[in-house]
Design a protein around this ligand. Sequence first.
Ligand code: EPU
Length: 421
Amino acid sequence: MDKLIIQGGGPLSGEIRISGAKNAALPILAAALLAENPVVIGNLPHLHDITTTMSLLGQMGVQLSVDEKMRVEVDTSTITSFKAPYELVKTMRASIIVLGPLLARFGSAEVSLPGGCAIGSRPVDIHLKGLEAMGAKIRVENGYIHASCERLKGTRLMLDMVTVTGTENLMMAATLAEGVTTIENAACEPEVSDLAHFLNKLGAKISGIGTDTLVVEGVDALTEKDLVYNIMPDRIEAGTYLVAAAVTGGKIKIKDVDPSTLDMVLSKLRDAGAEITTGEDWIELNMHGKRAKAVSFKTAPYPAFPTDMQAQFLVLNALAEGTSVVTETIFENRFMHVHELQRLGADIKLEGNTAICVGKKTLHGATVMATDLRASASLVIAGLVSKGETIIERIYHIDRGYECIEEKLALLGGKIRRVPS
Ligand code: EPU
């Protein structure tokens, strides 16, 4: 397995561009299953999870072709199977998002039940309960969800918890249902809104976009022709580079980003002492060489602090001036990076779902292991500031969500290289 080798060094500085958002690209590729005509999707990031989604669609008989601008055309007219097999779902739980579109358009879907994962048990009960309320017949047998329906029926759905992919699955299913579906306690994440805009461009009738109540008026078919849609910028990738720059006391500019999706992250970076300037599609961060101040926060659904930025900010706190209290409320086991950061010398204590961190002046390089995507990002940031060499093993996690991370960090002056296995 590949490794990353990082030499701790000076402040990051320079400019990079942010890629398309993984968590918007995945549901939008799945939503293409709803389209009667071929659609072209642009600004797709080059990531393992995107390749997995394309393989999943390909296995169903969907035709995918890449054009000269590296956009992907998805043509569902050749679809022959409505199955998401275990072999693919086990490598990417987000495969569950094909369930809603397959069921709504073809009346049948067989999707492997995703298992738990490193960060928590991650059930899909809310997805299934919502589809059943819309008239689907669902049976879980031999590790597979078997779903079938005549045409789905619009209804009022009140989600038990805020769930991102749950909201996406139900919203996609509702686009072709008979009548109006109201999704209350819906996730307001910008990626859900990006998907809703894509669906509306295809011909869906979704309102309340960006709020916790989505109203979907079902239509007979999504028939838009010649649609070209560009995926929104990745706010978590953007936040990760900003934190990396802040921890190193650096100054960077990130381009092709939407600052309005990062309000809470930018606010916490300002609390940490960063000077931040924004334009329509760029953000500049300048730490003026200073050490960050510790920041406390609790993760919660958007627009509150994102769980996907918790690990990165914990590194900032590990090296900051002062003590911080960080509470994770979304996933029950998303502190695996803490044990690895402790190996670099961080003073972090875990009490249930809370991490109490006393900032230290230095961390020291060691060999550490990536446990999940955002945990890996936090270890990379830690490596950039730890004295000496940090070796990160099991980095396949990072390739699922960060496009060319070592090239982008190298552009900012980071001393990082990949050693292939
Ligand atoms: N939940 C249930 N039942 C359900 C669905 C969710 O109990 O049917 C619980 C989950 O166990 C969790 C909470 O609800 O405790 C929220 O989970 P959610 O469903 O929102 O997570 P997700 O949709 O599986 C997406 C992102 C994650 C991100 C979370 C939270 C995608 C593909 N994944 O996951 O991204 O952390 O929302 O914002 O959109 C990542 O990119 O590293 C990543 C893990």
